[in-house]
Design a protein around this ligand. Structure first.
Ligand SMILES: C[S@@+](CC[C@H](N)C(=O)[O-])C[C@H]1O[C@@H](n2cnc3c(N)ncnc32)[C@H](O)[C@@H]1O
Length: 207
């Protein structure tokens, strides 16, 4: 699945995204402000900002940049930003694997429900690490494949189907963090089964 395919899929989803996914993913988004531990003046990047559903939950005294590859999703986010008067938020169309920011730009980098919809999750996390200051927080909220045999088998079997509609059920959290050279600082379950997780890592060094 290419970045162009993902872009097309989410341009299509943009019309119904809030109706379908606002509530479904709400519990993870609601955890974000607490786990990000934001201070006034912080610079934060949200990768795959989508329609901007997390933006109203964040403090107004931080400087937020939201990027997304789908113009359709960004159009919805722009309307939300304008409607709520979020003048601390900037939005831009950008591929998360090629972030157009210098190294060590942000204090916090968030990816909510993004790393399983990209063709190369390792490349996305490495870019998040590069643009985050050393000691800054990377927060990844996502579905990861089950840690139990039958759950894992199920995730593997359905992933070719779910991939077509925009996400991969078979992403292994522990392999992802290992391949990126990260250590998990905080891990919180988001759903009752524990397959949806909020994972905070401290950025070890400038990439
Ligand atoms: C499931 S949505 C999540 C949106 C939002 N974070 C939320 O909590 O609702 C995934 C988003 O990631 C975006 N995305 C996918 N691949 C991307 C990439 N390579 N670069 C930037 N954004 C990407 C999609 O366009 C989509 O808006």
């Amino acid at each position: 699945m290419s970045v162009q395919y993902v872009e097309k899929v989410y341009n299509f989803w943009s019309f119904s995204y809030d109706f379908v996914f606002r509530r479904v993913f709400a519990s993870g988004r609601e955890l974000a402000p607490q786990l990000l531990n934001l201070f006034p003046g912080h610079k934060m990047l949200e990768v795959g900002v989508g329609t901007g559903l997390t933006l109203p939950l964040l403090p107004r005294d931080i400087d937020i940049t939201g990027i997304d590859v789908s113009q359709g999703m960004l159009n919805k986010a722009s309307k939300r930003v304008a409607k709520l008067g979020l003048d601390n938020v900037k939005l831009a169309k950008m591929d998360a694997t090629k972030l157009e920011f210098p190294d060590s730009t942000f204090d916090r980098v968030l990816a909510a429900y993004v790393v399983s919809v990209v063709p190369d999750p390792v490349a996305v996390v490495r870019e998040m690490m590069r643009v985050c200051k050393p000691g800054g927080y990377l927060l990844i909220i996502n579905h990861f494949c089950s840690e139990h045999f039958f759950g894992r088998l199920f995730d593997k079997l359905v992933s070719p189907i779910t991939y077509r509609i925009g996400f991969n059920t078979n992403l292994d959290l522990y392999k992802l963090v290992e391949r990126c050279g990260l250590k998990i600082d905080v891990l919180q379950r988001v759903d009752f089964l524990g397959n949806w997780k909020a994972v905070r890592c401290v950025n070890p060094k400038a990439q």
